[in-house]
Write a protein that binds this ligand. Structure first.
Ligand code: HPA
Ligand code: ZN
Length: 336
């Protein structure tokens, strides 16, 4: 079986705030005087038992309130990049829940100075490149999203660190189409577009998001596979899906790894990638997600290689940079 850590890969679906380890949450909560209803990191980790997406999101939004200073944003971003480097990640795209920070009085400059300093150090010291995905929250009002966007785009040097606009948050009952004007604004800035859909919502939610936003990429998308016609459309359009197996298990989208459709999706011709979403919350970083799929679904070495290769061709990077990553990837595989 191919060694996962030795395989170069890009992580395309990762939430900065979802990369907070329980120990980091407790450390920052003490440092910043933010009270949390958990005695220590073990008590917090013990609460990571989720019934569904919403029970996770409640903890996710509570946890991110400990991020206050530039140094906090630096440390959290850097901690993820160090773990990612150990897993063979050479490029990472971070969803950042901008509204979750600006709404608490954190400034765009505070947030972005820390993130950008970690991006610089991650590239120079760890060899991991990174960009940010401006992550909207679909259950929140459009006006709040617009205000956060306007606040952010006043700063050209931060706009340059963003590769895409995206959208997470509660899925069922929260259609995407009202956010179309912001997606069009993002496209005008040269950003790519992605959206979470087909995680808890069924194929109809994926259809709504495709029609509503015309995204370049689909986050999760696993439940699109329940609809043969939709699946064929996604194959024909070459849509990249950022699948997160351990997330889907922890949020009870599927009962077991054996029941996860990743292998069938890949074999049907969908361009799927493997990602971690919110690693400490869901029990593993990208390497653990690959290993779970490799063992639980009996993926061949060639299939694992295809999944990793898709992560570069589906990345939100300039074409020439994708070409360089793919050439290096193919050299690494040939030299195995
Ligand atoms: N789905 C929706 N919103 C999110 C997620 C997710 O998996 N992770 C962090 N925010
Ligand atoms: Zn996500």
């Amino acid at each position: 079986m191919i060694a996962i850590a030795s395989l170069p890969k890009a992580e395309l679906h990762l939430h900065l705030e979802g990369s907070l380890e329980p120990e980091t949450i407790m450390r920052l909560s003490e440092r910043n005087g933010i009270a949390l209803p958990f005695a220590d990191a073990d008590a917090l980790r013990a609460a990571y038992e989720f019934d569904d997406l919403q029970t996770f999101l409640d903890l996710f939004y509570a946890g991110l309130t400990v991020m206050v200073t530039e140094q906090d944003f630096y440390e959290v971003t850097r901690e993820y990049l160090e773990k990612a480097a150990d897993d063979g990640v050479c490029h990472a795209e971070f969803h950042v829940s901008v509204q979750g920070h600006l709404g608490r009085g954190v400034s765009v400059d505070t947030m972005m100075s820390g993130i950008s300093r970690a991006f610089e150090d991650g590239a120079a010291e760890l060899g991991v490149g990174a960009s940010m995905i401006f992550g909207l929250q679909r259950q929140r009002p459009l006006e709040e999203a617009e205000a956060a966007f306007e606040d952010f785009v006043k700063h050209p040097r931060w706009v340059a660190l963003v590769s895409a606009i995206g959208m997470g948050g509660s899925e069922v009952g929260y259609p995407t189409a009202k956010f179309r004007p912001l997606y069009d604004r993002a496209r005008a800035l040269g950003w790519k577009t992605t959206v979470h859909a087909g995680e808890e919502g069924g194929p109809e939610a994926v259809r709504e998001a495709l029609d509503g936003l015309a995204p370049d990429r689909l986050d999760h998308g696993v439940r699109a596979f329940e609809d043969a016609e939709l699946t064929q459309e996604l194959i024909d359009s070459g849509m990249t899906l950022t699948v997160c197996p351990l997330s889907n298990l922890r949020l009870k989208v599927f009962d077991s790894i054996e029941a996860h459709p990743l292998a069938k999706m890949l074999r049907a011709g969908l361009k799927v990638t493997v990602n971690s979403d919110d690693p400490p919350y869901f029990g593993g970083y990208i390497g653990a997600n690959f290993v779970a799929a490799q063992r639980g679904l009996g993926l061949s070495d060639d299939e694992i290689i295809q999944l990793a290769r898709n992560s570069f061709s589906g990345a939100f990077l300039p074409e020439d940079q994708i070409g360089r990553y793919l050439a290096a990837f193919d050299r690494a595989i040939a030299g195995r």
